[in-house]
Design a binder for this molecule. Structure first.
Ligand code: UDP
Ligand code: MG
Length: 310
C-alpha cells in the first residue's frame, strides 16, 4: 500500500528491540488492514547495539510501506521520536512504542475521532497496574508538580501515544529546542484535542531502558523546559530568610544591650552557617541547571543525525 502521501504514518522508535519487532508488526498489520487506508510505518533505529537494524532492513525490503531511519548513534527516545515525526508524509501521524505497551487497536479509535474533526487525539492510560508501584507513584507526583508550576498542563497519564494531524506536525517542526521533552511540546502546541482511554499493557518482550536515574533526569528536563518557577522561588526563599534574620538580629542586639554579652552560642552559629551554606548551594545548583540548558541550546546542534534511510 505504498503511497507518496499515505493517510496514516505510524512512527516507532526502536532501541535494542530485536525480540519485539516481529510481534509488533503482526499486531500493527492486523490493525492497519482493518483500518483499510493507505499507510506507512516509519521505524527509527536509535543506535541499537543488537540485531534491531538488520531485522528492520529486511522488513523494509519485504514491505514497501515500511521505512527505516537509522540514526548515527543512540540519541535517546525523544530525539528518535523527533526524527521519525520529521520524516513522515502521512495526513495523520501516530507515534507508538514497539514494545506493544501502547495497544495498536487504539489507532482505529484515534482515526474515528480525527474524522470527527479533532486535530489531536491522545491515549489516556486508565489502568497502570502493569507498571511498578514506584513508577506509578513517581509519575503521579511528577505530573502534579509539573502542572502546578508550569504554564502548560500535561494531562495526567497521557504519554506519547496519540494521533496528530499534518498541521500539528508542521507546527511541531517549528519548535527549535534541542532538548526535547515531547510530552510537554505536544501539550504546548494545543489544538482541538480528544481523549481515548486505554489500559497500558506490560512489555511483550525485552526490557525497559528507563531506570530510576534516567527517569529522574527526564523529570528534571520536563520541569526546567516548561517552568521558571524553580528559579523564581529563590527570590521568595531569600526574602523569607532575610526577614527572619532581620527579626532575629534585632532580638539579639536588644538582648545584648539589656543583658550584656554572653559568649556561648557555638551550636546556633554552626547550625545557621551550615543551613545557609546548604541552601545557597541548592540555589546555585538550580541556577546551574538552567545555565546548562541555555549552554546546550546555544550550541544549536541538530537534534539527531540520520546515517541512512532504507
Ligand atoms: N527507545 C528509543 N531510544 C532510547 C530508549 C528507548 O528509541 O534510547 C524506544 C524503545 O525502543 C521503545 C520506546 O522508546 O519503543 C519506549 O521505551 P521503553 O519501553 O524502554 O520505555 P518505557 O515504556 O519503559 O517508558
Ligand atoms: Mg515500554
Amino acid at each position: 500500500m505504498q503511497n507518496k502521501k499515505p493517510f496514516l504514518s505510524v512512527v516507532a522508535p526502536c532501541y535494542n528491540e530485536e525480540d519485539v519487532i516481529d510481534i509488533f508488526l503482526e499486531k500493527i498489520f492486523a490493525v492497519l488492514t482493518e483500518l483499510n487506508k493507505s499507510y506507512e510505518i516509519v521505524f527509527v533505529n536509535d543506535g541499537s547495539s543488537d540485531r534491531t537494524l538488520e531485522i528492520l532492513i529486511t522488513k523494509a525490503e519485504e514491505y514497501d510501506a515500511i521505512r527505516v531511519i537509522n540514526l548515527s548513534r543512540n540519541f535517546g527516545k525523544e530525539a528518535a521520536l523527533s526524527a521519525g515525526l520529521d520524516m513522515t508524509f502521512g495526513e495523520v501521524v501516530v507515534p507508538i512504542d514497539v514494545d506493544l505497551q501502547d495497544p495498536p487497536d487504539l489507532i482505529l479509535d484515534f482515526v474515528k475521532k480525527y474524522e470527527e474533526g479533532y486535530d489531536v487525539v491522545v491515549g489516556k492510560r486508565v489502568d497502570r497496574t502493569t507498571d511498578s508501584f514506584v513508577k506509578r507513584i513517581s509519575a503521579e507526583t511528577f505530573y502534579k508538580l509539573h502542572n502546578k508550576i508550569s504554564d502548560i498542563e500535561i494531562p495526567n497519564n497521557v504519554g506519547d501515544y496519540r494521533l496528530m494531524s499534518r498541521r500539528v506536525i508542521n507546527e511541531l517542526k517549528r519548535l527549535p529546542e534541542t532538548q526535547r521533552f515531547m510530552k510537554g511540546l505536544f501539550s504546548w502546541l494545543g489544538f482541538k484535542t480528544a481523549i481515548v482511554e486505554y489500559k497500558r499493557e506490560a512489555r511483550v518482550a525485552g526490557e525497559t531502558s528507563f531506570n530510576g536515574w534516567k527517569l529522574w533526569n527526564f523529570a528534571l528536563d520536563g520541569i526546567t523546559s516548561f517552568s521558571t518557577a524553580p528559579l523564581r522561588m529563590w527570590l521568595y526563599i531569600g526574602i523569607t530568610l532575610a526577614s527572619i534574620s532581620f527579626v532575629y538580629g534585632f532580638f539579639i542586639i536588644l538582648k545584648t544591650l539589656i543583658f550584656g554579652i554572653s559568649s556561648p552560642g557555638y551550636a546556633s552559629i554552626i547550625t545557621i552557617i551550615l543551613f545557609l551554606g546548604g541552601i545557597q548551594l541548592v540555589g546555585i545548583g538550580m541556577l546551574g541547571e538552567y545555565v546548562g540548558r541555555i549552554y546546550i541550546e546555544s550550541k544549536n546542534r541538530p537534534i539527531y543525525i540520520i546515517e541512512d534511510e532504507y
